[in-house]
Design a protein around this ligand. Sequence first.
Ligand SMILES: *[C@@H]1O[C@H](CO)[C@@H](O)[C@H](O)[C@H]1NC(C)=O
Ligand SMILES: *[C@@H]1O[C@H](CO)[C@@H](O)[C@H](O)[C@H]1NC(C)=O
Length: 184
Amino acid sequence: MEKSLVSAWILVLSSAMAMAPCHGYYSDSKPYVPAPQKVTRLHFFLHDTMSGKDPSAVTVARPNATTISVPFGEVIVANDPLTVGPDTTSEVIGNAQGLWVSTGRDVLTLMVYLDFGFTKGEFDGSSISMFSRNLITETKRELAVVGGRGKFRMAKGFAQLKTYFRNSTLRNSIVEYKVTVIHY
Ligand SMILES: *[C@@H]1O[C@H](CO)[C@@H](O)[C@H](O)[C@H]1NC(C)=O
Ligand SMILES: *[C@@H]1O[C@H](CO)[C@@H](O)[C@H](O)[C@H]1NC(C)=O
């Protein structure tokens, strides 16, 4: 048992050694052999709360421009909980950490730079990265999944979003995410 563990480690180490630099800082380039891919569908709700005593998203910078009706240039840092159902009391299965950047000059648009990390079940410790424009005034919209960590390594895919609740005055929202992820 222990012997096979040792030989497994030798295998792991020797494959890591195989990546050791041959020419200073890079290896030989070899043909890429793709491994079989899997598709996983995820369904959850994101709670973005900018008001109250314990906000999950905070403005860190914004221009001093009072004439623009949309908050062009605002930068928001988020750590938004993800839940199974739409209620705030629903089971938390992870969080989305990163930035929302207000980039729309005429129509409110929030560029998304977020890592959606999961803390429950099969994908505990894994995350997917989204990088996309988010046309938040449209009830149904789409974001690009551009990568992932852990079980979502090399992920690509898309997320379909639907606003479940929004209070523009308080700047609180609950958004339904249906995500299709292709990964190894
Ligand atoms: C912000 O804009 C207002 C109105 O133009 C001006 O009075 C104020 O000094 C500006 N504040 C800063 C920090 O630039
Ligand atoms: C948003 O919240 C404010 C303050 O609590 C409330 O007066 C308003 O009715 C709410 N609007 C919506 C659409 O829920």
